[in-house]
Design a protein around this ligand. Structure first.
Ligand code: TMP
Length: 199
């Protein structure tokens, strides 16, 4: 069986976690072997990043380097092995999150530099972008303790850049401002098509 590396990406509150889980269940119901993972990963670097997401005083370049290190470890020690074992790997966020968030976070950080520090990881077979208006996304979060990127100004820039990147790179984009079942159905259709071209 051939593997497939799927990424769901998008702004905070777009539902990448919910839809990654639903997609896993759907594919498993078809008898496929699925491995679900996420970034930041469960590694020590990923745990440190989660702490830093609550701290505004961490320099954006430190964040960018940590996300890249976490991804390097995540890909080489986890994702790659699962792909070699014939799994469909679904990652809730991946490289596109770094390209978008880290370049929006600081004028000094260019997309080219983010690509450069991430150049040793494998690329997904398909990246699907979930699009949501930041106001709706933040309303979904309610009164939770917000992380540093969960801010309307940042998320508006993040959204614009995701949409531009999707256009440039040809990533399928789905509005997640709809009922969950409908959004999931659209994701499943795209993946079913991708699986057909794979086999
Ligand atoms: P999550 O809340 O969706 O799990 O994502 C954690 C936050 O980390 C979210 O605001 C996006 C951000 N992030 C980056 O800034 N760069 C990255 O490379 C990744 C994976 C996430």
């Amino acid at each position: 069986m051939k593997s497939l590396f799927i990424v769901l990406d998008g702004g905070d509150g777009a539902g990448t976690t919910t839809h990654s889980r639903l997609l896993k269940g759907f594919l498993e119901s078809k008898g496929l072997k699925v491995y679900l993972t996420q970034e930041p990963s469960q590694s020590k670097i990923g745990i440190l990043i989660r702490e830093f997401l609550k701290k505004k005083e961490i320099p954006p370049t430190t964040d960018a380097l940590l996300f890249a290190a976490d991804r390097d470890l995540h890909y080489k020690n986890e994702i790659k092995n699962k792909l070699e074992d014939g799994y469909i790997v679904i990652s809730d966020r991946y490289l596109e999150s770094s390209i978008v968030y880290q370049s929006v976070h600081s004028d000094k950080i260019t997309i080219d530099w983010v690509k450069e520090i991430n150049k040793f990881v494998g690329l997904p077979d398909i990246t699907i972008i979930l699009d949501i208006e930041p106001e709706i996304a933040l309303a979904r979060k309610g009164d939770e303790d917000l992380e540093k990127f969960e801010d309307p100004q940042i998320l508006n820039k993040v959204r614009k850049l995701y949409l531009l990147r999707a256009k440039q790179e040809g990533y399928p984009t789905i509005s997640s401002d709809d009922i969950i079942e409908l959004v999931q159905e659209k994701i499943q259709k795209i993946i079913i098509e991708k699986l057909k071209t794979r086999s």
